[in-house]
Design a protein around this ligand. Sequence first.
Ligand SMILES: *Cc1c(COP(=O)(O)O)cnc(C)c1O
Length: 384
Amino acid sequence: MNSQARLDKRPIPFIDVAAQRRHLGRAVDEAVGRVLAHCQFINGPEVHALEAELAAFCGARHAIGCSNGTDALRLVLMAWGIGSGDAVVCPAFTFCATAEVVALAGATPVFADVLPDTFNLDPASCERAVATAKRAGLKPRAVIPVDLFGLPADHGAIAAIAAAHDLKVLDDAAQSFGATYRGRKLGTLGTATATSFFPAKPLGCYGDGGAIFTDDDDLAARIRSLRVHGESLNDKYDAQHIGITGRLDTVQAAILLEKLKIFPKEIAARNAVAQRYAAGLADVATVPSVDNDATSVWAQYTIRLAPGRRDGLAAALKREGIPTAVYYAKPLNRQAAYRRFPIADGGLPVSERLSGEVISLPMHPYLEPPVQDHIIAAVHRVLA
Ligand SMILES: *Cc1c(COP(=O)(O)O)cnc(C)c1O
């Protein structure tokens, strides 16, 4: 199929949830049907089955389903008792939820810069952010590295900084469940890890959902309580903590159990798509780099362009029916709600620069080679 023939077909989706649905056949419908039959909509057997499967998948001791990725992050900070007077280091180049949970806890996010090649937390800037926090009279308690666009952060370097400053590591793996760092799956790298099952994430459900991973038994028990209004172990109506409604619905767990079965194949397919993009685009744009320490699940395929080229490319691709997105056009320190928080000594020059250069192309496991060739050719026509 040449690109002209392709143009006669339906518009190209940025993330093709419908193609995945066709691929899953009746499995999801039947799984939902089983929940509708047993009616245990809250905390049903599928929630427990999913938690066991997720823990086995990534090798964590505990997996705790919860309402969404933001609550997953938030529940961990709550369990650690992080609040007023505390500082938590976050990258500036991420989705706002990473810092939002820190502010919601009453603590202060301190923004650190990212690395230009991986888009992930720069360990040197993280170290400077700890110093910045101390100078501001705050107590640095934790760091939230984000594994952006599906690629693990430099967890070795971050763990060393955390150990030196007695910080807890909350890994924001909302975009990256299934990725590996030095042979280990995310979920096992931080003191705790949070992920999201928002439909557009690599492992998505059909609504909101999330999970927390940890090897720490006490932390897991506390989070399980906080997830249900801080209930005590043996008396639901004797609250031990101030908690939230943070559970994962049984219907979503049932859907995720089916999706988890095809997830390894989907990760392989995402990697094939990424390789094809890299081969086709490296001569006209800066394509993402993955070093030997890590594998990505490619939540996004994000390229960098010379300054001033992005709007033209987005408009030209749009005319050809090819959607693009910009993650993220403003680093958090430039967003109204987050402007007042401190930034690491040395500033955030990479985050500032990336926000003007990045653009993400359609990426999902069902992106067929002819469609991808059409996208690559269209990018070439603009940039070559
Ligand atoms: C999506 C996302 C979240 C939040 O997940 P939700 O399930 O939407 O609450 C947090 N952090 C990052 C980096 C994300 O991309």
